[in-house]
Structure formats: structure tokens, C-alpha cells
Write a protein that binds this ligand. Sequence first.
Ligand SMILES: O=C[C@H](O)[C@H](O)[C@H](O)COP(=O)(O)O
Length: 262
Amino acid sequence: MSSDLSPIDRAKFVAAKRAASYVHSGMKVGLGTGSTAAWLVRCLGEMVRDEGLRIQGVPTSTRTAQLARDVGIEVISLDEAKWLDLTIDGADEYDVDLNLIKGGGGALLQEKIVATASDQMMVIADISKQVGMLGAFPLPIEVIPFGWQTTKTLVEETLISLDVLGTSSTLRMNGDTPFVTDEGNHILDLHLNRIGNARQLSLVLNQIPGVVENGLFIDICDVLVIGSADGKVEVRDINKGSTEEIQFDFLDDGNIFIEAAD
Ligand SMILES: O=C[C@H](O)[C@H](O)[C@H](O)COP(=O)(O)O
């Protein structure tokens, strides 16, 4: 699996591989969306097939649901699961407190609902997602299609009143038409550059009529797993205040890799 991967995919892959080791039979697991989360779903699928892992997965998008089924993971809805043991997902940015920007793939609403309904949220990422201050990545907010231009104006006025740097927002497009989320909504991307008070911004944005949810994940992520292209993986646990490092080795003789140390 690992022989001809690009450096970025190696980083995502080892992060996903490490995160998958936290998943055990009997668990109900939230399955994130995006290219990093897809590695996790594929790793779990291998464990289901080769190691007899028995889990129930709650996907955070139709894309992830399809992939999970394709790799043999039993898929259930959040309402069937009611509560999850663990959610593993990617992120667009993370800071030192493990606060996140998510929603680059447009799945932030289901992702936030699923992560919040979990005992633990684990984020898998490569080091390029690390920032000193959130906001370089455009902050996605999900808005109801009805009156979205009025909502956009209200959002921009709110940002000005908060003195947030940069106040422009753009409607996310899919070719010539507005992007539509799994919930039938649109996405506004807020170009802010720096978010000084992410907690306050998140609360204020969600009070604007027409805004369904925003992509700031504050105090939701418990564990961050950072992969590097050389096989190094760092695991930061915000609750334990611990950091551990492990090293994976990529072998030259084909698609196999082994974990060198734990
Ligand atoms: O809506 C998409 C999600 O929040 C993704 O988890 C996020 O955009 C990261 O995606 P990727 O792993 O592809 O960078």
C-alpha cells in the first residue's frame, strides 16, 4: 500500500494507521470526511477484512458512507448509534490548543454533530495543517440557501463589528453552480487571515439567522495524531497533557510497511 505514495500521502497514511490502532471490536466509530479520513477508513476496512475487527461506523458524509461500505465497514446512522466511542477525522488547520478549522470538503455540519456525540474526538493530520493562529485557511460556514446573500451581508457586518481582520466572504462554487452540502445548504468561505478569538467568533456566527454551523471546532478535539512523510507520528493528548512519538518504517520491497516502534 505504501510503496508509491507521495510524501503527503505517506504522512496522512501513517497518521491514519496509528489512529486505527485505537479502534477495537465492539466500538461505534465516527468516520470523518476528506483525503486524510479516507486513509483511516481504508485502514479500518483492512482490519475488518484481515483481522476480524467488528465495528459500526457512523459516516460524516455520503462520500465517506460509500467508501466505508466499499471497504466492508458496517455503516449505521447517528440516531441508531446514539453515542459513539470515538470519532476520527481530518482538519484543515489545528492550533496548539487543538482547536480546529474544518469544512474544506463541505462536511463540517455532520462532522461537528458526530464529533460532539463521541466520547473522544481524534484528529489525524500532517504537519502542514499546524498554525500559530487559526484563520489562514478560509473559514467555512454552512448557510441555508434561502436568502443566502442577505446572510452573507449580515455575516460580513458582524465581522466588521468584531474588528476581525479581513471581512470578505465568498460563496463556494461547484463549477458554475453553488456548492450544495449533504444537508442541501451552501457554504460561505470567510477570508479572515487571523482569528484572534475563535471561541467568540464561533458563538457569534451561529447566532446569525441563516447560519447553520461554522467550521471552528473549539474544545472538541481530544487527541491529535500528526503524521510525517518519513514515517514519524506524534500523538498529542490534550486531556492527559501527554505527547508520544512513534516511528513507522516504509519497506523497499513492495507495498508493505511495518511499525518499527511503539
Ligand atoms: O469538510 C471536510 C473536512 O472537514 C475535512 O476533514 C477537512 O477539510 C480536511 O480534509 P483533508 O484531509 O482532505 O485535508
